[in-house]
Design a protein around this ligand. Structure first.
Ligand SMILES: C[S@@+](CC[C@H](N)C(=O)[O-])C[C@H]1O[C@@H](n2cnc3c(N)ncnc32)[C@H](O)[C@@H]1O
Length: 404
């Protein structure tokens, strides 16, 4: 990215919390997960963050602002590191985001109910700050005093027609389980929080960058406020969520560039098992299954017909995988004795797999073997649409027999 090209940067990186986030949410029981583990301790984490903050400082315009969202896990270490990169005097605020949340009981300390957001300018007197866009209502008492020109603390109370200058402690509710904006991504931040940051520190037409964008809260809000945006995330499932989120608010895929998503089989070999599974099932337009059913050999359900999908990140899948999947299908379809259907996705299948598929077909179970290449080339989705007469595995078996 070009130097000094961005107006506002907001980042909400993994918090050094040594937890593996994973939640199962909603009717479709979707799983979202990302890892937040730092084997080598806090110094490894801070070094890792520093490399990124240096780059972010480079791409920020001299009039730009930088917001780093963190919490008690590493906040103090991050502040010292950011002071080194941005300069101590460029820290404008240490914002406390305070959220009420009845969850959790502690008996030996106070409840931890706030995050910290460090707000830096690149150049202290040059930064853009739209105070009037983020003023908040006065307390009723203040308005009353001002009306009657009351003297308080030796000064005549005067109010601004747009409201008061907000303080650095922000009380914004956490996204609750019923909230409309909730997508189920662990650590998803409320839109109201991002709205205040984006309104304060950017103008319409400016560029907002979120380099750890998760499910895209900053991007969605930036778009709604008429800003351009750039989002980065290492997790393909987060990027898939961003795509869906944008679609829901009327932003089509033709309106943004998607860079770095897998295009070749080699890219997919490098995916973590869960990311791979999630990618396969969503590309098939199916629904990822909760972990529990994954244990039963079902990683997702197909679109419309809700047939089980099993995903294998391997080559030459053989007879035994088909046999195990047959058992999983029988369990899934319970009493049913015919019209059972399922999909197995892998990089490639061996001859034994095709033979086994032909065998179970006679027993009323249709297993379709789908290669990752089929999914990458959109052949799978197209095949579903045109509903071809000859299932692919029969053709593949013919080929095997010919080869012999
Ligand atoms: C705390 S979450 C961000 C949540 C986001 N603010 C939201 O509202 O959805 C941190 C994100 O950083 C991503 N991440 C972790 N390591 C990364 C890396 N090296 N580069 C880019 N993104 C990374 C994770 O995949 C995760 O989505």
């Amino acid at each position: 990215m070009e130097k000094e090209s961005i107006d506002l940067i907001y980042i909400d990186p993994p918090f050094f919390s040594n937890r593996h986030y994973e939640i199962i949410w909603g009717d479709e029981a979707e799983i979202r997960s990302f890892e937040d583990r730092w084997e080598g301790g806090i110094n490894v984490y801070i070094d890792w963050m520093k490399q990124r903050v240096i780059e972010l400082h480079r791409v920020l315009k001299p009039t730009g602002s930088f917001y780093l969202h963190c919490d008690w896990h590493a906040g103090h270490y991050l502040k010292v590191m950011c002071d080194e990169v941005f300069g101590y005097k460029n820290l404008l605020n240490e914002i406390i985001w305070w959220y009420h949340d009845p969850a959790g009981t502690v008996r030996d300390r106070f409840k931890k109910k706030h995050d910290t957001i460090f707000f830096y300018s690149k150049k202290v007197d040059a930064h853009n700050f739209n105070l009037d866009a983020v003023r908040t209502p006065y307390k009723e008492g203040t308005v009353r005093q001002a009306k009657h020109k009351t003297i308080s603390f030796g000064r005549i109370t005067k109010t601004h027609p747009l409201g008061k200058v907000p303080e650095d402690v922000w009380e914004i509710p956490f996204i609750n389980s019923q909230a409309k904006e909730r997508l189920g991504y662990p650590t998803q931040k409320p839109e109201a929080l991002l709205e205040r940051i984006i309104k304060a520190s950017s103008n319409k037409g400016d560029i907002v960058l979120d380099a750890f964008c998760g499910c895209g809260t900053a991007l969605a809000v930036a778009g709604m406020l008429g800003r351009h945006w750039i989002g980065i995330d290492i997790s393909p499932s987060a990027v898939a969520l961003v795509k869906n989120r944008l679609k829901k608010i009327g932003v089509g895929e033709e309106e943004f560039d998607l860079i770095g998503m897998p295009k070749r089989v080699e890219d997919l070999r490098r995916f973590k098992p869960f990311e791979f599974q999630y990618w396969v099932v969503t590309e098939m337009h199916g629904t990822p299954a909760p972990r529990k059913s994954g244990d039963m050999g079902i990683d997702g359900l197909s679109f419309m017909e809700h047939a089980p999908i099993q995903v294998k990140q391997s080559e030459g899948v053989g007879r035994n995988v088909i046999d195990n999947f047959e058992t999983a299908l029988r369990r899934y379809y319970k009493e049913q004795t015919s019209n059972m259907k399922g999909y197995i996705v892998a990089f490639s299948f061996g001859k034994g797999a095709y033979e086994e598929v032909a065998r179970v077909k006679k027993e009323g179970i249709e297993i379709e073997l789908v290669t990752v290449q089929d999914i990458l080339d959109k052949r799978f989705v197209l095949r579903q649409e045109v509903k071809k007469e000859i299932p692919v595995q029969e053709k593949e078996l013919e080929l095997w027999q010919k080869q012999e």
